[in-house]
Write a protein of this length. Structure first.
Length: 326
């Protein structure tokens, strides 16, 4: 790892230590997480990951102005991007063997301060593999300063309703990067979005918060701090959700600190976890392993194994308290 990278991690650790707002996180916890990240970066794969993160950061800066333009949902000729010539034989069968998966809209939700350009690689790759409607959502770039996860989740829900209305689909799949995954999770878990979202894939999402959120004192970043009111609300017991969660996190994530906070553990949620050792935060959506996880998860989203489904609008509401016990 470069001296610049080491000094960045050191400054971040010092900044959080100085605030003394760790809660359950101790200096030893962070020191161990930093060691894990440094070990990951020191491997050949980690060096490739750093190079990919740097290259994607440069490419992303070029694509960012294009991504600021809102993408129009196209429901006609939705399979015009479908190409099989560059795929191995087993993957060419998607359109035949998983027609339902290929026809279910996929909604992509970007992270803080970003836009749909974050999914420039992923969206194209999904279309080439036969997924028909792949639509990236843009929310305000000012969200980092004035945003609120709950309000953004409600807006996402309204957007998904419009997509279902225009496409005739009953459900969608959602892929959320970083903050986008948390917004989608709140919609699914607290706003009854599990009736619309069949699969939610989160990439580097701060499910348990990130210490990096202490560096920017805004209403939104306060919600992303470990132990915040919002995260405590999401951690509360709830009725089992119909949505299937697929969580991708990296040991080398330089934004989610500690990195394990991108994991999701909840007794009422069906979660499949994928750990990547050597991918940076920004490059998670362009990592080929991520693409494989997303495509595989969506294709087999009709698995019958899962939690029981709560009836109607009661899904995901906190269970009732009886006999004075929770």
């Amino acid at each position: 790892m470069s001296d610049t990278g080491r000094s960045w991690m050191t400054r971040l650790t010092d900044a959080v230590l100085d605030r003394a707002v760790w809660g359950a996180h101790t200096a030893r916890d962070v020191a161990e997480e930093v060691k894990v990240a440094l070990r990951a970066m020191a491997t050949p794969g980690g060096m490739r990951g750093v190079a990919m993160e740097t290259a994607w950061l440069t490419a992303h800066a070029v694509l960012y102005p294009w991504g600021a333009i809102t993408e129009q949902l196209r429901t006609d000729g939705q399979f015009r991007h479908y190409r099989t010539d560059g795929l191995p034989p087993r993957q060419r069968g998607l359109m035949v063997s998983a027609m339902d998966a290929a026809g279910t809209p996929i909604v992509l939700v970007h992270g803080i301060g970003d836009n749909r350009s974050a999914f420039a690689v992923l969206s194209g790759a999904l279309r080439r593999r036969g997924f028909g409607v792949v639509h990236a959502v843009n929310y305000s770039v000012l969200t980092a300063l004035t945003g609120d996860v709950r309000r953004s989740a409600a807006l996402l829900g309204a957007h998904i309703e419009r997509i279902c209305e225009q496409t005739g689909a009953d459900q969608v799949h959602v892929v959320g990067h970083s903050l986008g995954g948390l917004i989608a999770r709140y919609y699914v878990q607290r706003l009854h979005g599990d009736s619309r979202v069949r699969t939610l894939v989160t990439l580097g999402t701060p499910h348990s918060g990130t210490l990096a959120a202490y560096l920017l004192p805004t209403p939104l970043t306060k919600q992303l701090r470990p132990g915040s009111e919002l995260l405590s609300e999401l951690a509360e017991p709830c009725r089992p959700c119909r949505t299937r969660f697929v969580v991708v996190w990296s040991e080398m994530d330089q934004i989610i600190i500690p990195q394990r906070n991108a994991r999701l553990e909840h007794s009422s949620l069906l979660v499949e976890e994928h750990q990547i050792r050597d991918s940076g935060h920004l490059s998670l959506p362009v990592d080929t392993r991520t693409l494989h996880v997303v495509a595989t998860a969506i294709t087999r989203s009709d698995d019958s194994v899962g939690h029981p489904i709560a009836a109607g609008g009661e899904a995901c509401r906190p269970p009732e308290v009886t006999d004075g016990h929770s």
